[in-house]
Design a protein around this ligand. Structure first.
Ligand code: ZN
Ligand code: ZN
Length: 700
């Protein structure tokens, strides 16, 4: 008998599935991580041909580090993780096969034909893994709630930043006092480490199965594809879900139920009010504790509270959503404006100012009327319809059109600190974060198509420079592509999107793609920063626009003397000044760096005997452009210091007889225990240096 000594690697499970008895058909040579290395006899080759046809054969996969690995078709992502390393197998929560996030139990079928199959094992350290873990925790919470209140109807349980929620329909209200027993039940389910099992059926079968559940029927109707999946995690609990989930409940880390609120189904107030239970989950207890501490810290830093306490801004019922900026707030504002101007000057921008109220016709022409009308304010002037600008672009186009332009002027960068009004629903307004009137640090760049990439690179550099000046070091970028509601042709969209991607690649910047999330007139790049409490804020944006220049008939004369349409780039760096100041207040906890502090120094004489010396010091500092004052009150020095601390002043200069005699000041620095005595000039020089360098720290 002729023996073909071909060595194959075939999974034990596949042999079982194929009803092959390993003893009959193959010689088992080795068992390694559940995979058998086997030798075959020629007479059984037809069997292997059958396996080949079934696609059950070896294939190559590419790992994130670029290395390739041979695996047998049908190897699950979980088994692969085990092959790579036991540590990874323990940490794994999901996998990405060819970019698609899937359960770890998903079999990998590398394409033998040659196309590369990429596989990435996802752990809770990855954002997507954390999301899978949190979403799985939502299922566990749903099971816990259903076990306590069997009448509960489950609606929808997605993840949100830092956690998840589940909307439930239950007549009895769930109260914060119930959270503990829900958490206890959840802990039991997690401890039991029950596997999440995926069950697939056809859409018709699923609709039949859930015929009595209007919420789940609605979810099925909104789901894509014909295969509908359910997940059970043992104990009879099952929920409709497209997945993926962690392999078993034991993979869910530390969690906590945070709050409960009313929520309408599909946000429709005419429908029954549901209960939305919010929770959070983290890989470890320490991460959960840190998060809860950050929440506490965020409450202390609430800009609405600090803004009132430090007299920076206010709101009034006379104009909900319209901020009143007070003198101290304006000092911060103007310093940001000065900085903004100096940077834009260096990056060769010109500044303009355009009207707030413009004829309705202009907004028809710009496309805003058709696409943005519900967010706009309108007025009549001499019986003619006018709109209050929600964006600065049309005004910028009118300035462009006042004269002829040549390609030689390009790129033409025109900035505007434009006051815009956008109607926000009263329920979503939130201090300075969400207002109806704000100043946008806008700019429009007019250029030729071949200049797009270098212009985008310039904007990215300017943006990063500005963020760093405020102490934001952690930022990321998202690229949003063509939305359903849009103007402009598909070709134009593709060209614009490619140019943005090229610029990001050139700068070696990682970015996330948000499919269909672009502005109606073009694709965009959004800049997000993380504050010191790790909260993410979207600030800047770059939006390409091939449509508006055409709508406004903008042209330039090219080198061949023909008239062409310029490319228009809209961009903002800080976004809204109002919102940015709100973010800064919370980021710094109102302990502003010296250059932004409304009052930089306060001089505190220890008794009225030294008021004259204090005044001399104040004059000297004021003369050097420092913002300072003297506390001439009758309070004791301890009370004066406490007051200045409460106002979060960067520097307090205590002066008494010793200081008056030696022309010195005793410096107390915000949040620093030690104080030191230095000559006035020395203090002045250090303070001026910190202001000029926009230093965040105050120590010297
Ligand atoms: Zn799910
Ligand atoms: Zn614009």
């Amino acid at each position: 008998m002729c023996l073909a000594k071909n060595k194959y690697i075939i999974q034990e499970k596949i042999l079982e599935n194929k009803k092959i008895n390993p003893d009959d058909k193959i010689i088992l040579t080795e068992v390694f991580f559940g995979i058998m290395f086997i030798e075959t006899h020629a007479e059984y080759e037809t069997e292997y041909e059958r396996l080949l046809i079934a696609g059950r054969f070896m294939g190559k996969i590419v790992l994130p580090d670029g290395n390739t690995l041979d695996i047998s078709n049908g190897t699950t992502a979980e088994q692969l993780a085990g092959q790579i390393g036991q540590g990874l197998a323990r940490a794994a929560v999901a996998a990405k096969i060819n970019g698609r996030l899937v359960d770890l139990s998903t079999p990998i079928n590398p394409d033998v034909a040659g196309d590369q199959t990429t596989v990435q094992i996802i752990t809770a350290k990855d954002d997507e893994g954390l999301d899978v873990m949190r979403h799985s925790c939502a299922h566990v919470m749903a099971e816990a709630i259903c076990s306590i209140w069997p009448d509960t109807k489950l609606v929808y349980g997605p993840t949100v930043e830092d956690g998840f929620y589940y909307d439930v329909d239950l007549d009895e209200p769930i109260r914060p006092t119930d959270f503990e027993r829900i958490e206890e039940k959840m802990a039991e389910i997690v401890k039991a480490d029950r596997p999440f099992v995926r069950i697939e059926m056809t859409r018709d079968e699923a609709l039949k199965k859930l015929a009595s559940d209007k919420y789940k029927i609605d979810n099925i109707e909104r789901a894509d594809g014909d295969v509908i999946s359910f997940y059970s995690h043992g104990d009879g609990f099952e929920d409709l879900c497209r997945g993926p989930h962690v392999p078993s409940t034991g993979k869910i880390g530390s969690f906590k139920i945070m709050s409960v609120a009313g929520a309408y189904w599909h946000g429709d107030p005419t429908l029954k009010m549901l209960q939305r239970i919010y929770g959070t989950a983290w890989p470890t207890k320490k991460e959960l504790d840190d998060y809860l501490q950050r929440i506490e810290e965020a409450k202390k830093r609430d800009h609405r509270v600090l803004g009132k306490q430090l007299d920076l801004f206010s709101f009034n019922d006379a104009g909900p959503g319209f901020a009143f900026i007070h003198p101290k707030g304006m000092i911060i504002w103007n310093n940001i404006v000065d900085f903004w101007r100096s940077v834009h000057d260096r990056y060769e921008y010109d500044e303009i100012r355009t009207p707030i109220i413009l004829n309705e016709q202009l907004w028809h022409q710009s496309g805003h009327w058709d696409n943005y009308k519900e967010n706009m304010y309108f007025t009549n002037v001499d019986e003619v319809g006018y709109a209050i600008k929600p964006m600065n672009c049309p005004g910028g186009c009118l300035v462009y059109k006042t004269r002829q332009h040549s390609y030689r002027e390009f790129p033409m960068r025109v900035a505007e600190l434009g006051l815009v009004h956008r109607h926000e629903a009263s329920g979503v307004m939130h201090g300075l974060f969400r207002v109806r009137q704000f100043t946008q640090d806008d700019a429009h760049i007019f250029c030729m198509p071949e200049q797009i990439e270098s212009e985008i690179i310039g904007v990215i550099e300017l943006t990063f420079e500005m963020y760093q000046a405020f102490g934001f070091e952690d930022f990321h970028i998202e690229l949003s592509t063509k939305p359903e509601k849009h103007i402009g042709s598909d070709e134009i969209w593709e060209t614009a999107t490619n140019a943005l991607e090229e610029a990001l690649r050139h700068k070696n910047i990682d970015y996330k793609i948000n499919e269909g999330d672009g502005a109606f007139y073009g694709p965009k790049i959004d800049f997000h920063v993380r504050d010191c409490l790790k909260r993410s804020w979207q600030l800047g944006t770059i939006q390409l626009d091939f449509s508006m220049p055409e709508r406004f008939g903008l042209v330039y004369t090219d080198s061949d003397n023909t008239e062409k349409t310029p490319v228009m780039i809209h961009r903002a760096v800080l976004g809204s000044f109002e919102r940015f100041i709100g973010i800064l207040i919370e980021h710094y906890g109102a302990s502003f760096p010296l250059w932004l502090s409304p009052e930089q120094v306060r001089i505190l004489p220890i008794s009225e005997k030294f008021n004259d010396y204090a005044k001399t010091v104040e004059d000297k500092l004021t003369g050097a452009q420092l913002r300072c004052s003297c506390d001439f009150s009758n309070e004791k020095i301890g009370a004066k210091i406490a007051k200045a601390h409460g106002e979060k002043l960067p520097y307090m200069l205590v002066v008494g007889s010793k200081e008056a005699q030696s022309n010195t000041v005793n410096v107390r620095i915000r949040s620093v225990k030690e104080n030191k005595t230095v000559e006035i000039d020395e203090f002045l020089n250090i303070a001026r240096e910190k202001i000029a360098d926009k230093k965040i720290d105050l120590e010297f």
